[in-house]
Write a protein that binds this ligand. Structure first.
Ligand code: NAD
Ligand code: ZN
Length: 353
């Protein structure tokens, strides 16, 4: 096969400073290092994390200027001199965890998201809101030939993260989980993974668009947190025996639901925190948490194996979450809608436009 033509420059969305201008401009195509590959990104999902990165509202500084994005799906066009696990022409994905040290205790135990020196796409290094992106070869997600790259893009962060979160919840087929933020990007994928795993879902979010989207994916119980007079009572009442769901996964971008989940999860249930609202705190009543034996834990993306498994669910046709495609140039409009909570599902950018 003839080597792909790689241009010297490309279009990218650049965050000049936190909460500052987002500039759609021409920048150089980066050169992969010896252990890296260059991927021609065809589609990139827009995750709420990208909005946090632009605002800089987490206690972790971003690179600046920064090209955001970490749900990039495309084709490998160039290999660093040490790379032998992927080939030019392979389909591959840029994930949030772009690279890790591979020698710390966590990397050695396949807990690489916990590496103390992580390289994060669209945060500490430039990510997928550009046409050509560099990624560590050991960490790129392998995507089977023939895959719809627009549809798989959201799986590369949202899918992997909720798949891992569902595993961490230890909820079993036939049991019930509450998905908080079910109408958003992570939520829409969580509904699909939970369904594929045979888990009943109580969906919590707000607005008719999100309710309709959830119902179109088989959800029987949707609780609108903005309309409900008592979310705790409503969630418990929606569980099969009135005792509350076996687990809760929190994907919301506000603090309030993080304070409620321990109250409505059933005794011995698990609350998995995934959403990352800025400056937020977890609070749970000590007495009830102890005597009801509640577990509260965090879950952070997934390792390489989780990623491969999450992609395999997609490849088997089990994951079909709704998404809308717009051009890369439209990123600021997508952020505006996301900020208002007006996106049901995910937006995916077509990086050629
Ligand atoms: P999104 O904006 O697409 O969805 C968030 C949803 O939460 C929206 O539908 C919104 O209506 C809903 N929501 C807000 N307040 C709520 C409430 N009180 N109760 C129920 N729902 C509520 O965002 P997303 O891309 O799905 O990301 C969600 C969060 O997850 C972000 O904070 C993101 O940074 C974080 N995230 C974490 C990880 C991880 O590894 N832990 C990975 C990816 C994203
Ligand atoms: Zn993400």
């Amino acid at each position: 096969m003839a080597a792909p033509q790689i241009p010297k420059t490309q279009m990218a969305q650049v965050f000049e400073k936190n909460s500052g201008p987002i500039v759609f401009k021409e920048i150089p195509v980066p050169e992969p290092g010896p252990d890296e590959v260059l991927i021609n990104i065809k589609y990139s999902g827009v995750c709420h994390t990208d909005l946090h990165a632009w605002h800089g509202d987490w206690p972790l500084p971003t690179k600046l200027p920064l090209v955001g994005g970490h749900e990039g799906a495309g084709e490998v066009v160039k290999l660093g001199s040490l790379v032998n696990n992927v080939q030019v022409g392979d389909l591959a994905g840029v994930k949030w965890l772009n690279g890790s040290c591979s020698s710390c205790d966590y990397c050695m135990s396949a807990d690489e998201p916990l590496c103390p020196e992580p390289i994060l796409s669209g945060y500490t290094v430039d990510g997928s809101f550009q046409q050509y992106c560099v990624a560590k070869a050991a960490h790129v997600a392998k995507i089977p030939k023939g895959t719809d790259l627009a549809a798989i893009a959201p799986v590369l962060c949202a899918g992997i993260t909720v798949y891992k979160g569902l595993k961490e919840s230890e909820v079993r087929p036939g049991q019930t989980i509450a998905i908080v933020g079910a109408g958003g990007g992570l939520g829409s994928l969580a509904l699909q993974y939970a369904k594929a795993m045979g888990i009943h879902v109580i969906a919590i979010d707000t607005g008719d668009d999100k309710k309709e989207m959830c119902e179109s994916m088989g959800v029987k119980t949707f609780i609108d947190f903005a309309k409900s007079k008592n979310v705790v009572k409503d969630v418990q009442a929606a569980s099969p025996d009135g005792m509350g769901p076996h687990a809760v996964i929190l994907l919301a971008v506000s603090e309030r639901p993080f304070q409620q989940a321990a109250e409505y999860v059933r005794p011995k249930g698990t609350v998995v925190c995934i959403g990352l609202p800025g400056n937020a705190f977890l609070k749970a009543p000590v007495f009830e948490s102890v005597v009801r034996m509640i577990r509260i834990k965090g879950s952070y993306v997934g390792n390489r194996k989780d990623s491969a498994e999450a992609i395999d669910f997609f490849t088997r046709g089990l994951i079909k979450a709704p998404f809308k495609i717009v051009g890369l140039s439209e990123l600021p409009k997508v952020f505006e809608l996301m900020e208002k909570g007006a996106i049901a599902g995910r937006y995916v950018l077509d990086n050629s436009k």
